[in-house]
Design a protein around this ligand. Structure first.
Ligand SMILES: Nc1nc2c(c(=O)[nH]1)N(C=O)[C@@H](CNc1ccc(C(=O)N[C@@H](CCC(=O)O)C(=O)O)cc1)CN2
Ligand SMILES: Nc1ncnc2c1ncn2[C@@H]1O[C@H](COP(=O)(O)OP(=O)(O)OP(=O)(O)O)[C@@H](O)[C@H]1O
Length: 198
């Protein structure tokens, strides 16, 4: 099972890394259009708290979307790898001038400031990076288990918030992922081409 997951991870990352700069640009602007449409359908006009990420390893580029959210008075939060346990994520407010530092993978994260951390259950939307997704809303990530560990209480306690949304290029779609007991399924996946809903 873990070998199968490793193979899918490797293969899908390879596909994603072969997208051209131009394809990435088109994808980023289509993502912005689709997420804006999603907010409209959810009747969210402003003041939403949105957990998001800064793109890495050819992930769908979120920078246009982040600027668009700021311009519409939404508040954005980025993951910070927990400074003590190193295995779960905090979500800290991210603004244009937030002081940043690279984490252990070289991905920029806001410098820890406890007064700007948003408890997970107070986020309205959590936009998650992923490596592969399937027809049932399952998500395979980079392999650190950060999101699954952070969301471990989410399903058990039947949280109403945040709405879990995966962002991906269409080439990251596979029919069926081999799933593990700790995998938390997503409610929506937004690609530049379509919005999946479960
Ligand atoms: N943009 C983004 N931010 C994110 C995540 C993510 O998947 N994407 N994460 C989602 O959980 C967390 C970080 N998880 C990550 C896990 C592995 C690697 C990575 O590049 N791994 C290398 C091996 C590096 C090593 O072993 O030191 C690799 O697989 O090539 C990156 C991020 C939090 N922030
Ligand atoms: N809720 C959990 N409790 C304890 N361990 C967990 C939990 N979720 C995941 N793990 C551990 O984390 C490791 C990585 O999990 P997995 O391969 O599902 O990560 P991923 O979803 O690809 O990564 P990420 O969420 O960081 O993008 C697994 O070996 C698993 O044992």
């Amino acid at each position: 099972m873990s070998q199968q997951r490793a193979t899918i991870r490797q293969e899908t990352r390879r596909k994603r890394n072969s997208l051209s700069n131009n394809e990435q640009k088109i994808a980023a602007s289509a993502l912005k259009v689709n997420f804006t449409q999603h907010l409209k359908l959810q009747k969210t006009t402003q003041n939403a708290h949105v957990g998001i990420y800064l793109s890495n390893d050819s992930e769908l580029d979120t920078s246009l979307l982040i600027k668009d959210l700021w311009s519409k008075n939404h508040t954005t939060y980025l993951p910070i790898i927990h400074p003590f346990n190193g295995t779960t994520l905090y979500f800290q407010r991210y603004e244009e001038n937030s002081p940043m530092r690279p984490n252990r993978y070289g991905i920029l994260e806001p410098k820890l400031n406890c007064s700007q951390i948003c408890p997970l259950a107070e986020l309205d939307y959590l936009l998650m990076p992923l490596v592969a997704f399937d027809d049932h809303g399952n998500r395979l990530g980079m392999g650190g288990g950060f999101y699954d560990k952070t969301l471990a209480r989410y399903e058990k306690e039947n949280w109403q918030k945040p709405q879990l949304i995966g962002l991906a290029h269409q080439c990251q779609h596979v029919e069926n992922l081999p799933i593990e007991s700790w995998d938390v399924p997503l409610k929506f996946i937004i690609t530049p081409q379509k919005i999946y809903h479960w």
